[in-house]
Write a protein that binds this ligand. Structure first.
Ligand code: ADP
Ligand code: ZN
Length: 429
């Protein structure tokens, strides 16, 4: 069998839209029980029963992260708390955390969503799945745990950190699949090689699920090469359940976003108008398969575009491109807009460079510090040549010249969770 849920995954557009409309109507009715949406509907004279087509969704205003914060903690609950069985909170990367409630059915549907993703990339109940995400409020822990269990894999809830122990588990238990943040994946691989373990020969790893933070195609290739396994991009956010919102299929050309769970829009973040397919904009999502806390037209702040055309894998759900970053990640320097991922793409092309880097902005100057890889011999003239070439390529990409500093392996900080790639000192001056 190729699909976890063949009928749903390969549904034709007309049937998929019919299902979406049906679920949207149910969702609106449910949302109307929350303090927040009752008020929104009243203020905008929206009567849920008058939403008769998917296009009518546009009559509803956007929901923002601010709305969630302003109605913290339970203002968006659409069912009594008694019906909720779990609460998650976003990791708070960009400010105060937000709260998401789940009913028992929500948890089950979410597990199914993750199981569908894992099945799509070839995981089966014979696999051994090790999860290196923190368990707790961060949805990467429990989200993957329940999904992998639903699939029937043998799960190893290793949780975050303790690299030596992670490696021991991978070897002793014969782990075949890892869920791991990309910045930690390269670190883990480096520690393995340092300890004399070649993951390509000494482990059973065949699949790596990487997500939770932006990463470049070059970084993915590096992870695949280092670990000797296929790496698939996994996108999610607490507000939309967590991991499993969109996931790459084996084609590795865009992430299928499950349209029986969410309605997808891509808008221009300034004009708030829809952008044509293929053009980058902000991802806006409406949950249509959630009871406890539906979200309507939620502005994710994540930037991506829709990939036009059909996917050869046979799944009909739309594909989004690798995330460009959050709108808040954009650095504006001397009038130029820069995303950290552009810098990463260049750095990862150099085999002489390691995977850890840090961008510092101070007084309108950009400094890019990057660790050297083990491949590098510490010959001074070679070092200078390398530094010059990295600077030149960055300049071509960014249209301004950063100061490049090559540093020794292990000299830049590593985070246990999502990597912090940018230090913008202007914000504090
Ligand atoms: P926080 O917003 O506090 O970081 P979450 O843990 O819910 O909380 O993180 C969700 C966010 O992480 C997404 O909105 C997105 O910015 C980022 N993210 C998740 N998966 C990916 C991915 N595969 N590629 C790029 N960014 C990702
Ligand atoms: Zn596909």
């Amino acid at each position: 069998m190729t699909y976890w849920q063949e009928e749903l995954e390969t549904m034709n557009r007309a049937d998929l839209e019919k299902l979406q409309l049906h679920r949207l109507k149910e969702t609106l009715e449910r949302a109307n029980h929350s303090t927040f949406y009752t008020k929104v509907f009243q203020e905008h004279a929206i009567i849920p029963e008058t939403i008769r087509s998917l296009d009518d969704l546009k009559k509803i205003p956007f929901t923002t992260k601010e709305d969630l914060r302003n109605h913290y903690p339970f203002g968006l609950a659409a069912v009594p708390l008694q019906k909720c069985v779990r609460l998650h909170s976003s990791s708070g990367t960009t400010g105060n955390p937000t709260v998401i409630l789940h009913s028992a059915k929500d948890i089950d549907e979410w597990a199914n969503q993750v199981a569908r993703c894992l099945y799509m990339v070839g995981l089966r109940d014979t696999d051994i799945f090790q999860n290196t995400s923190g368990y707790g409020m961060f949805t990467g822990g429990l989200g993957f745990q329940y999904g992998a269990e639903k699939l029937g894999a043998l799960t190893v809830p290793a949780a975050a950190g303790n690299t030596k122990r992670q490696i021991k588990f991978i070897k002793d238990f014969g782990t075949t699949c890892l869920h791991i943040i990309p910045s930690y994946a390269t670190h883990l691989a480096e520690v393995m090689y340092e300890s004399g373990i070649d993951p390509r020969k000494d482990t059973h790893l065949h699949t790596i699920c990487i997500g939770a933070e932006p990463h470049s195609e070059e970084q993915r290739l590096r992870i695949e090469e280092l670990l000797g396994a296929k790496a698939y991009n996994c996108f999610g956010m607490s507000e939309m359940n967590g991991p499993g919102v969109a996931f790459e299929c084996k084609e590795q050309n865009g992430l299928h976003i499950w349209e029986d769970y969410v309605i997808v829009e891509i808008i221009d973040p300034i004009t708030l108008e829809p952008v044509p397919d293929g053009q980058v904009g902000e991802l806006v999502l409406t949950t249509i398969n959630r009871e406890a806390m539906p979200l309507l037209r939620y502005r994710t702040r994540d930037l991506t575009h829709l990939i036009p055309g059909d996917c050869p894998c046979g799944r009909t759900h739309k594909r989004i491109a690798r995330l460009k970053g959050r709108s808040d990640d954009m650095i504006i320097l001397k009038g130029v807009n820069i995303f950290p991922i552009q810098i990463e793409t260049i750095l990862m092309k150099f085999k002489e460079l390691g995977s850890n880097y840090l961008i510092t902005i101070e007084n309108d100057e950009m400094q890019v510090e990057v660790e050297l890889s083990d491949l590098f011999t510490d010959d001074y003239s070679q070092l200078q040549r390398l530094s010059k070439e990295v600077t030149r390529q960055l300049k071509d990409e960014l249209l301004l010249t950063p100061k490049v500093k090559l540093v020794g392996r292990g000299s830049l900080p590593i985070q246990e969770g999502k990597a912090v790639r940018v230090k913008d000192l202007r914000k504090f001056s």
